[in-house]
Design a protein around this ligand. Structure first.
Ligand code: AMP
Length: 452
């Protein structure tokens, strides 16, 4: 099967695909179409940028017959609202010539009532984040009794976000007889657990093994001693507007994202997103960047997972990510759908250990570029850099203890999460949700802790 034309799909879908300009299916689309269509449980290990969204939407739409019943038949769960919006848009584009009712639901203080109204009108496909989906189910507005297809996308992130309990709660409301489809960029112990607990003999397709970045991405790195020197280097590099025409900069923390935003020279050309920004602000940042109104987007990891923007010329990792997989995800934002992309990693002496892990995971040494002579090296340190030593020692120790061979990165990610001191975990969760975990989650976590 080489072209979409050869797929046995409805004429309306073919026309929509042709309108989108897609001619050849990507490998994941080729491999998954007939299995998903057959109704078997399915697991796809695949990065974003490989066309995985279309890979599951296409067979779902092919199978979905017209109905005026009000309860949804397809449920798609994803970790972020950005991803909800993106998937709903993709479904809308594909259903231009079909009568399919789709709605996206996600958290927000004043959007639950409009979502309820839409649900009451009747829907075929619901795309949502677990918490909001569960709240709507509890309110009895959303009835899941007709769901016969469940898709969980970005399962690894979902579990990393602590959505395990919500997922389980939602499963309790779903009919037992259903098709389960899971997509994850990485295979971790938790993903494996979910598969063995909820799926029946799934077909597993591993399109791009975790750790293998897209071939179309040219990688490079600079060793830079500290935050302010990294800023100087970026101010120098980003002067070249031809080479750096659409740049996504990843930051490890919100504080540093804001700091960089203030210090870069290209004020009017910058958009910024992180989880402390309101939804409207985030959407505007993304659309400004997407349309080319701004040239540079500063983002934190979590929020960036839902971004699907074409033609990103360069992804810059301002820091070296602690989880090696995150590096792969970051750079996967460029070089998408057969475009060429560039990735630049900035690392300091303390981050070398993290860079080594990334290289081990990719089985590839990232080429090093000499630090330009004409860029000033700053001696100034940020407050976090000044008090850094303790944290860094913790990280190094975790890395050393967990370095146990082939499946190292999966174990490392999991173990280090468990070993992170309680205070920093709480802080992390607080940062993610801007409020403490729910009571139910707390109890669940306590139980888990006591078991160990
Ligand atoms: P995804 O991996 O689902 O995030 O998709 C990455 C990007 O590739 C999206 O912008 C899709 O619209 C695009 N895309 C998906 N399938 C194809 C295809 N067969 N040909 C060209 N582009 C595609």
């Amino acid at each position: 099967m080489k072209k979409f034309e050869d797929f046995k799909i409805k004429k309306q879908l073919k026309n929509a695909i042709s309108d989108l300009g897609f001619i050849n299916p990507t490998p994941i689309q080729q491999e998954s179409y007939s299995t998903i269509l057959s109704g078997k449980d399915f697991v796809g290990i695949s990065q974003t940028g490989t066309g995985k969204t279309l890979a599951y939407i296409l067979p779902l739409l092919q199978n979905l017959s017209y109905s005026d019943q009000s309860n949804p038949r397809v449920l798609i769960l994803v970790p972020t609202r950005e991803l909800v919006i993106q998937i709903v848009e993709e479904i809308e584009k594909l259903t231009t010539y079909l009568n399919v009712r789709v709605i996206g639901v996600y958290g927000g203080s004043n959007n639950i009532n409009p979502q309820k109204k839409e649900i009451i009108k009747g829907i075929d496909i619901i795309v949502g984040t677990p918490r909001r989906l569960y709240d709507l189910t509890l309110s009895s507005i959303l009835k899941l009794k007709s769901i016969n297809k469940l898709i969980i996308d970005e399962v690894d992130i979902m579990l990393d976000f602590g959505y395990k309990t919500q997922l389980k709660n939602i499963f309790d409301y779903l009919p037992k007889k259903r098709q389960n489809i899971l997509f994850s960029a990485t295979m971790t112990k938790y993903v494996d657990e979910l598969i063995s607990n909820f799926l029946i003999n799934p077909n597993k397709i591993n399109i791009s093994v975790s750790g293998v970045p897209l071939k179309s991405i040219k990688q490079s790195s600079y060793e830079v001693p500290n935050f302010y020197t990294k800023v100087n280097l970026l101010n120098y590099l980003l002067e070249d507007k031809g080479q750096y025409s659409k740049v996504l900069i990843f930051m490890s923390t919100i504080i540093n994202a804001e700091r960089l935003n203030r210090l870069l020279n290209f004020n009017s050309e910058i958009s910024i997103i992180h989880s402390k920004k309101e939804q409207n602000f985030r959407s505007k940042s993304i659309s400004d960047f997407e349309s080319g109104k701004t040239r540079i987007l500063i983002a934190t990891d979590v929020i960036s997972r839902g971004i699907d923007i074409d033609k990103i010329s360069t992804v810059i990792s301002f820091n070296t990510p602690f989880y090696p997989e995150n590096y792969i995800h970051r750079i996967g934002r460029t070089g998408r759908a057969s475009e060429k992309g560039n990735s630049i990693l900035l690392f300091n002496e303390k981050e070398i250990i993290l860079k080594n892990d990334i290289e081990k995971l990719m089985k590839y040494k990232i080429p090093l570029i000499a630090f330009p002579n004409n860029v000033e090296q700053s001696l100034e340190l940020t407050p976090e850099e000044k008090e850094k030593k303790v944290v860094q020692t913790e990280l190094s120790e975790l890395k050393v203890t967990n370095d146990v061979g082939a499946s190292f990165h999966e174990k490392s990610a999991k173990n280090s999460r468990e070993n992170i001191p309680k205070k920093s975990y709480k802080k992390k969760i607080k940062e993610k949700y801007k409020k403490p975990l729910r009571r139910g989650d707390k109890i669940q976590n306590k139980k888990k802790k006591n078991k160990k």
